[in-house]
Design a protein around this ligand. Structure first.
Ligand code: CUA
Length: 320
């Protein structure tokens, strides 16, 4: 029964959001530490249970004062101290910054992520001063060190991609750093890991790691407007004032208040990892955003003609 329960519990730890199925150097260290602590804890627990069973069966017999003192000294002070110091040393040894042989090269890519209620503002800073902005989805090169510069403009959020690295808080007024290397290609999910308001549970970031050449192609496309901006629909986006909160590269919409929608059509999900990205879900988000994401700052646009909403949604989905 215990084994079944443990099996079920660990099974729940697999998939695209798993600290125990690492796809990055830093996550591998975290998983290694978890297994070492679990193993150490299991040995101590089994030893204790064996002692307890012996005592219950009356096999220990009465012991004198001197033996009792010895037992408390060795079993109650020396053994736990040695175990804790050993685990502390092991944990310090696993910390990337303290390990000279870790892949500690200078970061090739710097990604500034700002937590907002309830989405992620993402700015890429590439070598040569190249910079572009996106939202809610992050693409990384496999095998290259990436540095995240983590901020918040409203409340405390927390950035955590369990398959790639440990958790770092995003605190208003300060910048925290997280450095990581993805070691495998894949698609991962990161939940906001600090309660930040009504829709905290509806705030996730999608991360995709790609081979270096594909990553270069992806960034190349992000530097220019999407070819889709010239399709019909942009005039409605402009007419209904969407540009007063959003930005779309290649159009007059340039506000940085809400998520950047340039290349929105190429993202896997909508609304910070909560919906599939289709013209239908985009339409329903425009009509009643707070029905999908309670507490969002985006107002409802249910007064607009349904045909206009549909055209805007199709146009946005076409921004690949
Ligand atoms: Cu953002 Cu919780």
């Amino acid at each position: 029964c215990i084994i079944l329960f443990l099996g079920l519990a660990l099974w729940g730890c697999s998939g695209q959001q798993s600290a125990l199925e690492p796809s990055g150097e830093e996550a591998a260290s975290v998983a290694q530490l978890f297994w070492a602590m679990l193993g150490g804890g299991a040995v101590i627990w089994l030893g204790l249970m064996a002692l307890l069973a012996t005592a219950i069966r009356g096999k220990l017999g009465p012991i004198d004062n001197r033996a009792a003192t010895q037992l408390v000294f060795w079993g109650g002070a020396v053994l736990p101290s040695a175990a804790l110091v050993g685990l502390l040393g092991y944990a310090l040894w696993l910390m990337p910054g303290l390990r000279p042989f870790a892949n500690s090269g200078a970061p090739q890519v710097i990604i500034e992520v700002t937590g907002r209620q309830f989405w992620w503002d993402v700015i890429y800073r590439l070598p040569g001063g190249v910079q572009f902005r996106t939202a809610n989805e992050i693409v990384l090169p496999v095998g290259q060190r990436v540095e995240f510069s983590l901020k918040s403009t409203d409340v405390i959020h927390s950035f955590w991609i369990p398959s790639l690295a440990g958790k770092v808080d995003m605190i208003p007024g300060r910048t925290n750093r997280l450095s990581l290397v993805a070691t495998k290609e894949g698609r991962f999910r990161g939940p906001c890991a600090e309660y930040c308001g009504t829709s905290h549970a509806l705030m996730a970031v999608e991360v995709t790691s790609l081979p270096v050449q594909e990553f270069a192609l992806w960034t190349e496309r992000r530097k220019q407007p999407s070819p889709g901006v010239f399709a019909p629909g942009s005039e409605l986006f402009e007419k209904h004032g969407c540009g007063s909160c959003h930005r779309v590269e290649g159009t007059s919409a340039a506000s940085r208040f809400g998520p950047d929608l340039s290349h929105l059509g190429s993202r896997n999900t909508l609304g910070a990892g909560i919906l599939p990205n289709t013209p239908e879900t985009i339409s329903s988000f425009i009509v009643r955003p707070d029905a999908i994401k309670p507490g969002t700052h985006m107002p409802a646009f249910d007064m607009l003609p349904p045909d206009d909403i549909r055209s805007i949604a199709v146009w946005l989905k076409g921004l690949e």
